[in-house]
Design a binder for this molecule. Structure first.
Ligand SMILES: *[C@@H]1O[C@H](CO)[C@@H](O)[C@H](O)[C@H]1NC(C)=O
Ligand SMILES: *[C@@H]1O[C@H](CO)[C@@H](O)[C@H](O)[C@H]1NC(C)=O
Length: 203
């Protein structure tokens, strides 16, 4: 009995970060503003964008904040959250970490958080429509995240600049966005899924 207990303690002590499961799931989706470009600048020597590696206090890792990696494992979350998702671009600091840290500061008993990064820089709203790669990836990653037994709390959505260049896209935006939200809520089986959206001020 004692040796079993010892074995149990030993196993738990050696439990890798990826074995921890989050209780509260948040989806991060949209374009570059959500993927995070904070601290990314062009290298003047070779012209290739690179991240300066600076992590502000509100973006620091916290043992209670995990992220779902591109290979569908839970790992300790740290900037850049979208490095393996928006992999064709250089990601830096984004809104996901400060959001999760702020939630834990304000609600100390909230429990662990699982962030599900899905944002891809430069994407337009029509690319997020049901049936496309981005939509499928979003649903697939979220459904996987929920298998851990956690509860989905909200999607953080930060997208729209790609739809401001052509008048027709801007005019169609409201309809396309509503369709996307309706489809997503239906496919996740959560018709009242809270969606926290960033709106840019219009002139
Ligand atoms: C880097 O340079 C490219 C090409 O000149 C430009 O399109 C891009 O916006 C620049 N990126 C940053 C982060 O300054
Ligand atoms: C990355 O670039 C490749 C080649 O253009 C493309 O097939 C792929 O969809 C891109 N992936 C992402 C996540 O941007």
């Amino acid at each position: 009995m004692l040796s079993l207990l010892f074995l149990l303690l030993l196993t738990q002590g050696n439990l890798p970060m990826s074995e921890q499961l989050p209780q509260n799931i948040f989806i991060l989706a949209g374009q570059s503003n959500m993927a995070g470009r904070g601290g990314v600048a062009n290298n003047t020597k070779n012209g290739i964008p690179s991240w300066d590696g600076i992590v502000p206090a509100q973006c620091q890792p916290n043992p209670s904040i995990l992220r779902l990696s591109a290979s569908l494992t839970w790992v300790l979350a740290h900037e850049p959250l979208h490095a393996d998702i928006d992999y064709n671009k250089t990601s830096g600091v984004g809104p996901g970490m400060p959001f999760a840290n702020a939630v834990l500061t304000r609600v100390p008993n909230f429990g662990s958080i699982g962030l599900v990064p899905c944002a891809i820089g430069g994407t337009a709203i029509r690319e997020w429509a049901k049936g496309g790669f981005l939509y499928d990836q979003l649903v697939r990653r979220t459904q996987f995240a929920l298998q851990s037994g956690g509860v989905i709390r909200a999607m953080l959505w930060y997208q729209g600049e790609s739809d401001t260049e052509i008048g027709e896209d801007a005019d169609a935006y409201k309809g396309r966005l509503s369709r996307f939200f309706i489809d997503l809520r239906a496919d996740l089986g959560y018709p009242t899924l809270p969606i926290i959206q960033v709106a840019l001020a219009s002139g």
